[in-house]
Ligand binder design. Structure first.
Ligand code: BGC
Length: 456
């Protein structure tokens, strides 16, 4: 007998992307440069000197991409707005052509029955604001709220789901602590400051939304459950530090109005005392939480791992993706349950989930076989269903990503798309995983006892 899991009839099934990763034409129609434009054009920062100059050319092909989503049956789409298209210098003069692009995109989505979820900041800070200190300048909370209000006024009549920031942890950890992504700083003193101002900016945008917008606004974080490698106190304490740093650093202030104690231990004299009124702003109620989930981490103490003194342990026999992340779907269930229990069961969307695997570089007969990605998606869709069965208020799921795209400093070397992009011709070819996902959406569920690698 076939065994099937089913989702609620109003469940959202979509895909997610971000502006710099897919749009191309970064300076078109009056747009200003972002820090990613600068970073990508600085030799040595991105794999093989690649840039987002063309990317997937979505800026010019968005109509076709929306039609593709419709063909796959998606009823939601999460994308981000490029701040420097709307405000070329980050503040001041608005660029109407840049703002109009997003208006046209939203209209195309709605005409095709696809609900937009709009992220206001997915890492591409206007370069002009970086010149003023970027996330280190306390004024950025107001700059962000002003920019957000411009976009709210333009689109809130049609957009019902808003996201302030995408993954602030990555911005601070990779952008300000380890220097792997833009703006490329490596500074223990800057990271906590950038994190705090990101959260203040989030709070200021939520506050602005309450007077300008009529729908729902939330925050997107990347969560990675940490499991202790052993019962030794040193490993358990390292695990608690890793968890505080990655998972609680942003959510505790937003939901509980305080930072985790471990942050003082991690950052030492670089951890400042923040004013109570900042935490009141950060704690403004949100309408939903977006969770990006890719992998878990088994953690052990390692005195040389700066600054956490915690290191991941590779798992024997596990499958690892092309980005070196363990496939571990139970971690998604655990994460959603943890959010429910710790933060009072807020409405949640899985706003990103997916994997980079090696896909056949040439597209034969318009088919791209990606059985490992199908297996990944199948397991994680089962995992979200299990979480819902245990009471998690999960409203939708967005696969990362619609298209193969610019994987930040890894360039085009890692393919996360369920749709293959030939970066020479820009031709899109749905992979087998896209057909698999399409079937999940069409049946609003999943047959459980199909062989793991069944053809779609
Ligand atoms: C980000 C995406 C990124 C993906 C895969 C997330 O951290 O939001 O922009 O491409 O993960 O690394």
């Amino acid at each position: 007998m076939t065994k099937k899991i089913e989702f609620p009839s109003n469940f959202l099934w979509g895909s997610a992307t971000s502006a710099y990763q897919i749009e191309g034409s970064p300076l078109a129609d009056g747009a200003g440069p972002s820090i990613w434009q600068r970073f990508a054009h600085t030799p040595g920062m991105i794999h093989d000197g690649e840039t987002g100059d063309i990317a997937c050319d979505h800026y010019r092909r968005y109509i076709d991409d929306v039609a593709l989503m419709r063909r796959l049956g998606m009823n939601a789409y999460r994308f981000s707005v490029s701040w420097s298209r709307v405000l070329p210098r980050g503040r001041g003069q608005v660029n109407p052509a840049g703002l109009d692009f997003y208006g046209r995109l939203v209209d195309a989505l709605l005409e095709n029955g696809i609900e937009p979820m709009v992220t206001l900041f997915h890492w591409d800070l206007p370069a002009a604001l970086d010149d003023l200190g970027g996330w280190l300048n306390p004024d950025i909370a107001n700059w962000f709220a002003d920019y957000a209000s411009i976009v709210f006024r333009k689109l809130d009549d049609r957009v019902k789901m808003w996201v302030t920031l995408n993954e602030p942890w990555v911005v601070t950890d990779r952008g300000y602590l380890h220097g792997a992504i833009a703006p490329g700083h490596r500074n223990r003193f800057e990271a906590p400051i950038a994190a705090h101002h990101l959260l203040r900016a989030h709070g200021a945008a939520v506050q602005a939304y309450r007077s300008v917008g009529k729908h729902r606004i939330g925050l997107v974080v990347n969560l990675e459950p940490k499991y202790s490698a052993s019962n030794e106190p040193a490993d358990r304490e390292a695990t608690a530090r890793a968890d505080a740093y990655m998972n609680r650093q942003y959510l505790d202030p937003v939901f509980l109005g305080r930072y985790p104690d471990e942050l003082g231990e991690i950052f030492g004299d670089a951890w400042p005392a923040w004013p109570a009124e900042d935490l009141a702003l950060i704690r403004r109620p949100i309408d939903f939480l977006g969770v990006n989930y890719y992998t878990r981490n088994v953690t052990r103490c390692d005195a040389n791992a700066w600054p956490l003194r915690a290191a991941p342990v590779r798992q024997k026999g596990a499958t690892y993706t092309e980005t070196g992340w363990e496939v571990y779907a139970q971690g998604l269930t655990d994460t959603l349950l943890w959010v429910m229990e710790r933060y009072g069961n807020p409405p949640v969307y899985v706003t990103e989930n997916g994997a980079a695997f090696f896909d056949a570089p040439t597209v034969e007969d318009d088919r791209v076989e990606d059985p490992l990605r199908i297996d990944y998606l199948r397991k994680h869709i089962k995992a979200i269903h299990a979480a819902m069965q245990s009471g998690v208020d999960l409203r939708g799921y967005f696969v990362w990503s619609l298209l193969d795209n610019l994987e930040w400093s890894l360039g085009y070397s890692k393919r996360f798309g369920i749709v293959h992009v030939d970066f020479a011709s820009l031709k899109r070819t749905p992979k087998d995983s896209a057909h698999f996902y399409s079937k999940v959406i069409a049946t609003n569920g999943l047959v459980l006892n199909e062989p793991a690698h069944a053809a779609p």
